[in-house]
Ligand binder design. Structure first.
Ligand code: SF4
Ligand code: SF4
Length: 232
C-alpha cells in the first residue's frame, strides 16, 4: 500500500518518543558534550605510553627506548632519544619520546612490535587544535598515562597484559634464585675411588692407535703426466 513505509517509520518514532520517558535504552540522542557515549573497548586512535606509578610517571615508564617502534612505524612519526648518564651509559629509558599524531595512521604496529607492553592505543578523541604543527606533536609527558587508565579503557586487554608481565617476572625471579643458589661441589673432589682409579688407568694406558687412513681410490702406480713431452 502506498505510504505504508512512512506509517511504519512514524510508528517507530512514536514508540521511541513514548518509551523514552521511562526506558533509557530508547534515548536515541546523546547530548554531547554534557553526555558521552561509552566507546567500545576495542576502539583505538593514537598511541600512549604506559607507566606503573602515577607518583613517578617518568621513572616508571615501561618504555626502555629500544627504538623498535620508531623503526617499524610506517609513516615514521615516532622520534626517540635514549637517556644517558654523565659517562654516556644508556639508562634504558627515553629522554625524548615524540609522536606526531598529525602523521600517525593509527595502524597499531608500534603496539604489536613493542616487546615490553609499553605502548598502547588510546581512546582520547577531543584533541582538536588550531595549532596544526606543534599542537599535534605529543611529547613524553603528554603520552605518559597510568596502567589504571589503560585498565579503564581496555579492561580485557590490560588484564591479559598484567597476567603475562606477572608470569614473566616470576620466571625471571626463579631464574635469578637458581643462579644465586650454591653450586654443587666439583666432581673431582667427590670422585669415588673407583672413578679415580678409572681416571688413573686411562692416564697410564697408551692412547689408542690412530685409525688406518681411509683407502685411497684406485690409482695407477705411475700416472701418465697430464701433458706428455713431445716426441724426440
Ligand atoms: S615503546 Fe616499546 S618498542 Fe618503542 S622504544 Fe619503548 S620499549 Fe621500545
Ligand atoms: S599507530 Fe602506526 S602510525 Fe601511529 S605511531 Fe604507531 S606505528 Fe606509527
Amino acid at each position: 500500500m502506498l505510504g505504508s513505509g512512512l506509517l511504519q517509520g512514524l510508528a517507530v518514532t512514536a514508540k521511541n518518543l513514548a518509551g523514552s520517558f521511562h526506558d533509557p535504552a530508547r534515548y536515541v540522542t546523546t547530548e554531547y558534550p554534557e553526555q558521552r557515549t561509552k566507546l567500545p573497548e576495542n576502539y583505538r586512535n593514537f598511541p600512549f605510553l604506559v607507566h606503573d606509578d602515577p607518583a613517578d610517571p617518568n621513572g616508571t615508564l615501561r618504555c626502555v627506548a629500544c627504538q623498535i617502534c620508531e623503526k617499524e612505524c610506517p609513516p615514521q612519526c615516532i622520534y626517540i632519544v635514549m637517556e644517558r648518564d654523565e659517562k654516556g651509559k644508556a639508562l634504558r629509558r627515553p629522554k625524548v619520546f615524540d609522536l606526531d599524531i598529525s602523521v600517525c595512521i593509527s595502524c597499531q604496529i608500534c603496539v604489536e612490535v613493542c616487546p615490553f607492553d609499553a605502548i598502547k592505543m588510546d581512546q582520547e578523541y577531543e584533541i582538536a587544535t588550531r595549532n596544526r604543527f606543534g599542537g599535534l606533536l605529543l611529547h613524553r609527558e603528554d603520552l605518559s598515562k597510568s596502567n589504571a587508565y589503560y585498565h579503564q579503557i581496555h579492561p580485557t586487554e590490560a588484564a591479559g597484559v598484567d597476567a603475562a608481565l606477572a608470569e614473566q617476572k616470576a620466571k625471571q625471579a626463579a631464574a635469578k634464585a637458581a643462579k644465586a643458589a650454591p653450586a654443587p661441589k666439583a666432581a673431582a673432589t667427590t670422585a669415588t675411588p673407583a672413578t679415580a682409579a678409572t681416571a688413573q688407568d686411562s692416564a697410564i694406558s697408551p692412547a689408542p692407535a690412530a685409525p688406518p687412513p681411509a683407502s685411497a681410490p684406485d690409482t695407477p702406480a705411475n700416472p701418465a703426466p697430464a701433458n706428455p713431452p713431445p716426441d724426440a
